[in-house]
Design a protein around this ligand. Sequence first.
Ligand code: SAH
Length: 301
Amino acid sequence: MLEGLPPNNAATVLRLTCSEAQARTAADVIVEFFDPAETAAAAFEDEDSPADPKPWALEVFFGHPPDEVYVRGLLEGAVGAECAQGAVFGQVAERDWVARSLEGLHAVRAGRFLVHGSHDRPFVRSHDVALEIEAALAFGTGHHGTTRGCLIMLDGLLKRRRPHHVLDLGTGTGVLAMAAAKVLHRPVRCGDIDRIAVEAAAANARQNGVGTSVRPVVSVGTRHATLRAGAPYDFIFANILAKPLRLLAPEIRAVAAQDAALILSGLLPRDVPGILSSYAAQGFALRRRLTLEGWCTLLLG
Ligand code: SAH
């Protein structure tokens, strides 16, 4: 499947069979060292294996060809030389790599949510809040630790309160906005700086039956009038990255209700102190912190 593609039109995929702990550690290390916008790393149980118990696998898609020697060195540090020797590099057609990164992986659970592609529809159980995402050129398939962290945080928050006015900044595929719209049965305002992401999010919202309640707009932060008009919000997602999140702190405060809850993600552990001080200056305190695959998700309020 991975053979025979011209290298100049290819992205690189790395596969390693190992234990669960090794796969998780290796995924953490890879996402720490590569640009998350260009790299998808996932650790999962290899359901196709006939072995019992089933082994785990690490699968990494690189948007740009990585230095294989460097990657092997990282893997050796993470899982030991013997295991790292089993790493196999292959290639997939470049335009397909995002789709493949979803296809090759199985549906991902995050609390009550199940993020899946159309091929995994049979795995949806009756009580799941299912989010069907076709991997487009927008970020947010639920396999990334930041998206999953936000969904898990939302799931926990919903056990304690029921937000009424929700905003999702940096919506990507629209996954978080759709999750909130589905459980709350309310419109969710959302925006992204990237027009392709906005188009993908609108298509995903229609596909998921929330096309009327999730209408993404192209907006830098909260600049679009539609996003400002929905204020004050009692619940805001912003899964972006540390630098834009620090810059956005005052405008997030400006559209937030007094007792608003914020879920922020896209943060490495070293980013957290700076983010906490920027948001403390706006009156927000840390309520919960979750780290997945090396990414921190924060609940502030
Ligand atoms: N919310 C999705 C996607 C997160 S990726 C999820 O959780 O999976 C981050 C998104 O933020 C990208 O789609 C990017 O285009 C967008 N983004 C980056 N800076 C932004 C800004 N200043 N304002 C709005 N969106 C921004």
